[in-house]
Design a binder for this molecule. Structure first.
Ligand code: PMP
Length: 485
């Protein structure tokens, strides 16, 4: 959808329709509106430009006569030409052709919609996997930035593995999770998603298979598949991923296992300590490397989660990832990967070819957050606030959903994995919610099979919005029950 925030000037000596023609020509000419772009319908354009519809028609007729746009019946008016495409040698001569060519697959349509609608006014975000602005530690962040502004003496590119000072601090910090790793085995990444991208691009063979929990966050992206790797889903029970299922699915294409053992996204499952030990033994025996994604570890509520796989990994088979995104601020884009030095060197080399390193300012800020002790102090308070939000949200669910859904009570992280009792069309439900001003994360985004789950997040929306939005969701499900089947 085009964003048009321009209007012709009524007091100008140039006719209104001519100003509109010039405006649209400029947009096409400078490449902002490319070939294939659809213009709003005439009625809409008249509203945007605050002119009569006849003025719009006059302008569009001229652009048509110039061969720049074409009416396509119900599909509206589309840009069909620009100077560049007239000169281009490709028969298609437009970007549409290129857009479909790249290696990285597009997001799922549901995610594309979520990514856009999240920023509209008056939308209630019931699924967002992010801390609410209400939970942002504004004062502490100010302190951190004021301290680093006195410390920073230059802002050059950093080493391939990231700011040494930050890696030294992380090397100390992770002792808390019983992980021993020297700064040379740590790579700073621009968010842990980048770690997955780097792993995918740098160490996996196209045609190989990655085993992942079913359901899993990673299924909602195409990080692995875009580089020619297939995902295979492995079921879980209450203790985590099922080991006999891993064995059943192993073959000579299997390259690694990706797991979120602590508060699996989206189900909240915590892998038990025994299962972790058995998994590590199995993977060591089968020579199957593991990616341990520990993004949510710090967000426990009642008790500290079991030890990381990495802390018990004596053979270097675990690539461990963590991030500040879930516990502090995703906008910092700071995460880290820990693994055997040769792998970290390889990932660092590819990272240098990708972006020359994560933002140095963010790296200094992350170092200051952890080193100063502010991070620990903040986490203590955050856990209490998240627990309160969880408890309130469970109460809301009990009030509005107890006869139409089932859910778990998470012991940490952000999500409640709620399963609807009836088999309704979840895609239709998603669109109906969007129309009604609420955004949900349907479970199908994370799964290999159809499911009737919704990932409810209690971390983002205000309590008031959670109350209002969840009631509305319950109403939509109840009222639309028949035509959503
Ligand atoms: N891993 C998991 C399990 C996540 O849920 C997310 C964010 N949704 C990420 C990684 C990516 O986080 P970031 O790139 O912001 O560190």
């Amino acid at each position: 959808m085009l964003n048009i925030d321009w209007k012709p000037q009524r007091n100008s000596s140039t006719a209104l329709y001519r100003q509109i023609v010039d405006y649209i020509k400029e947009k096409i000419g400078n490449g902002e509106w490319t070939v294939g772009t659809r213009l709003p319908v005439q009625r809409e354009l008249a509203k945007i430009f605050e002119v009569n519809r006849s003025t719009v028609i006059e302008a569009l007729d001229e652009l048509k006569a110039d061969g720049l746009i074409e009416g396509r019946g119900k599909k509206g008016t589309v840009i069909i030409n620009n100077t560049w495409s007239l000169m281009a040698s490709t028969p298609a001569g437009n970007w549409e052709h290129y857009i479909k060519n790249g290696i990285q697959q597009p997001n799922l349509p549901t995610i594309q919609i979520i990514n856009k609608l999240e920023y509209s006014d008056n939308i209630i975000r019931l699924g967002t996997g992010e801390l609410s602005p209400e939970l942002f530690p504004e004062e502490m962040m100010k302190n951190v930035f004021s301290t680093i502004s006195n410390k920073i003496k230059s802002l050059g590119y950093e080493r391939p593995k990231g700011l040494l000072y930050l890696r030294e601090i992380i090397s100390q910090h992770i002792k808390k999770f019983h992980i021993n790793a020297s700064p040379s085995s740590i790579l700073i990444v621009s968010g842990s998603l980048q770690a997955l991208q780097l792993i995918s691009m740098s160490i996996l063979k196209p045609g190989s298979t990655v085993l992942v929990e079913k359901p899993s966050y990673i299924k909602s992206l195409h990080v692995f598949e875009s580089w020619g790797t297939k995902l295979k889903g492995i079921s879980m029970d209450k203790d985590g991923v099922k080991l006999n299922e891993i064995l059943k699915n192993l073959d000579n294409t299997t390259s690694l296992l990706y797991t979120i053992p602590t508060f699996n996204n989206p189900t909240g499952t915590i892998m038990s300590q025994d299962r972790r030990d058995d998994l590590l033994n199995l993977c060591t025996r089968e020579r199957l490397p593991i990616i341990e994604d520990d993004a949510y570890r710090e967000l426990w509520m009642e008790e500290i989660p079991p030890d990381t796989l990495k802390s018990r990994d004596k053979n270097g088979i675990v690539l461990y990832m963590n991030t500040l995104s879930k516990s502090l601020a995703p906008g910092m884009r700071i995460g880290w990967v820990i693994g055997p030095e040769a792998v970290i060197e390889r990932l660092g080399d590819v990272k240098m070819q990708t972006d020359y390193g994560a933002s140095s300012i963010s790296q200094y800020a992350a170092a200051e957050w952890i080193k100063s002790g502010l991070y620990e102090a903040y986490l203590k308070k955050l856990r209490r606030k998240l627990k309160l939000r969880r408890d309130i949200t469970i109460k809301i669910l009990e009030k509005y959903f107890s006869d139409i859904a089932l859910w778990n009570i998470p012991k940490g992280s952000f999500y409640i994995w709620m399963r609807l009792n009836s088999k309704i069309n979840m895609t239709k439900l998603f669109y109906r919610c969007c129309k009604n001003g609420i955004l949900i994360n349907p479970g199908y985004m994370y799964d290999f099979n159809t499911n009737y789950n919704i990932r409810i997040s209690y971390s983002y929306a205000s309590i008031q919005d959670l109350q209002f939005g969840l009631k509305k969701l319950s109403d939509i499900i109840r009222n639309s029950h028949f035509d959503l089947e």
